[in-house]
Design a protein around this ligand. Structure first.
Ligand code: 5AD
Ligand code: SF4
Length: 429
């Protein structure tokens, strides 16, 4: 069958975005065409996120909006994929009868067969897939300059707030040869940048290829100019990795290193396996070896038992470290996660107050950090166009707006003229 339409809506992280590209790749090889509105679709996929309650609410509200379509088009198939699908499973189907399939993140490959099912039986596919890391998915990528590449699936860390170990299963590293083959192909296709994806890329290992070795091997691939990776766990960030980051010319001077909290008491309750001082030592080492590195982080406020004095330690951490940027969240109790059962939950009002406070502090830090870029020369990879010109990023991951019509995919030297809170502007030299 040719030309069936698929509408896909993705919630959450880059891992989910890339899973959607993989599902689209599979479906496009079966003749499906991506459509931009649910009403044009024969199949609707919601690729869901469960990390915070808000993400789940957004999904449920989107799902509600397509109910009427199911009545109009009885053959329309509604598929719920992703982390919420995995966690809620049957309960979701019991609540929302018009869902046809529920597939967890480990089973996105099954999309290939379920779209051809003609019977009306509802199906739930949630088993751990022992082979997912061995599959080379034919991802259909929207972006033609930068590409996501999975290197490791699942997570074994069990931070107590986190639902991911329950939704994405055990840690499994993808074979190095498969990763290298995919990136070589991307280089030949004209891609300039790859972002290596995993919940904890630092614990990557395939026989004697660990993460630093993998970076060294990717660094040799022709065509690729920039290598990025997310996310790193501070406990696994070794000096050897920092040396490799410094020595590999394609590895960008940016690291996203989630701190989560500044108080050792809270870090322990979170099961993060490092103290604030240990984290700080890694920051010093990163800055000593890679002086211009930009460092971003994730912060959770209002974790159970977070007293004012604990929160003040997070404020201290932000002032002390001077991150280039942060993502900050109110703690959201998640099903299955051990933190749900901890005593001493913080009220939503206090969480909001703390969130507002740290965002304000960080805004000023980010702006000051960006000001340091004024009058400097940066290598910018052009990624997109808008009405005023083009948009690219520095190697340190800062957005740069340039009034020019230089083609997307070019790397140019840019003089930074002005810094703003969320971007820089400059002119091509
Ligand atoms: N509540 C709030 N934030 C969370 N994160 C993960 N789980 C939760 C939760 N239950 C945040 C962490 C993580 C980022 C991806 O999401 O900061 O690093
Ligand atoms: Fe969640 Fe911690 Fe694993 Fe990150 S490292 S996915 S925060 S359990």
């Amino acid at each position: 069958m040719q030309g069936r339409g698929v509408y896909i809506k993705t919630f959450g992280c880059q891992m989910n975005e890339h899973d959607s590209e993989k599902m689209l790749g599979i479906l496009s090889s079966k003749g499906f065409i991506e459509v931009d509105e649910p009403k044009k679709a024969d199949i609707i996929i919601f690729n869901t996120c469960a990390i915070r309650e808000k993400a789940e609410q957004k999904f449920l509200s989107s799902l509600g909006k397509i109910k009427y379509l199911k009545k109009k088009k009885p053959k329309l198939k509604v598929i719920v994929a992703g982390c919420s699908a995995q966690i809620q499973g049957q309960a979701l189907l019991n609540r929302i009868h018009f869902i046809d399939y529920i597939i967890g993140p480990d089973n996105i490959d099954k999309i290939e067969t379920i779209v051809d099912n003609t019977d009306e039986t509802k199906q739930i596919i949630l088993d751990e897939n022992p082979f997912i890391h061995l599959i080379d998915f034919p991802a259909l990528r929207q972006n033609k300059v930068k590409a996501w590449v999975n290197i490791i699936y699942g997570c074994d860390n069990f931070c107590t707030y986190c639902i991911v170990p329950f939704s994405r299963g055990k840690e499994r590293s993808r074979p190095a040869e498969n990763i290298l083959k995919e990136i070589k192909m991307l280089g030949e296709m004209g891609y300039k940048e790859v972002t290596l994806l995993g919940q904890n890329v630092n614990s990557y290992r395939d026989q004697d290829t660990d993460f630093p070795k993998l970076l060294e091997r990717i660094n040799k691939i022709k065509g690729i100019e920039r290598i990025r990776f997310v996310t790193s766990h501070p406990k696994d960030l070794s000096e050897r990795l920092i040396n490799v980051m410094r020595n590999c010319d394609k590895v960008c001077e940016h690291i996203h290193l989630p701190l989560q909290a500044g108080s050792d008491k809270i870090l322990k309750l979170m099961n993060r396996k490092y103290t604030f001082d240990e984290y700080l030592d890694k920051i010093y080492l990163l800055r000593e070896k890679i002086p211009n590195i930009s460092i971003t982080t994730d912060i959770i406020v209002g974790f159970p038992q977070e007293e004012d004095e604990d929160f003040e330690k997070t404020v201290y951490a932000l002032n002390k470290i001077q991150f280039d940027g942060i993502f900050a969240f109110k703690f959201s109790p998640r099903p299955k996660s051990p933190a749900l059962k901890l005593k001493g939950h913080v009220s939503d009002a206090v969480k909001s107050e703390r969130l507002t406070k740290i965002l304000k502090i960080q805004d000023e830090i980010t702006e000051t950090k960006n000001k340091d870029y004024e009058e400097t020369i940066q290598e910018v990879l052009i990624e997109d166009k808008n009405e005023e010109g083009v948009i690219g990023r520095t190697r340190t991951n800062k957005i740069v707006k340039i009034c020019s019509n230089i083609p997307i995919g070019e790397s140019v030297k840019v003089k930074i003229l002005k810094a703003f809170r969320h971007s820089l502007s400059g002119e091509i030299l």
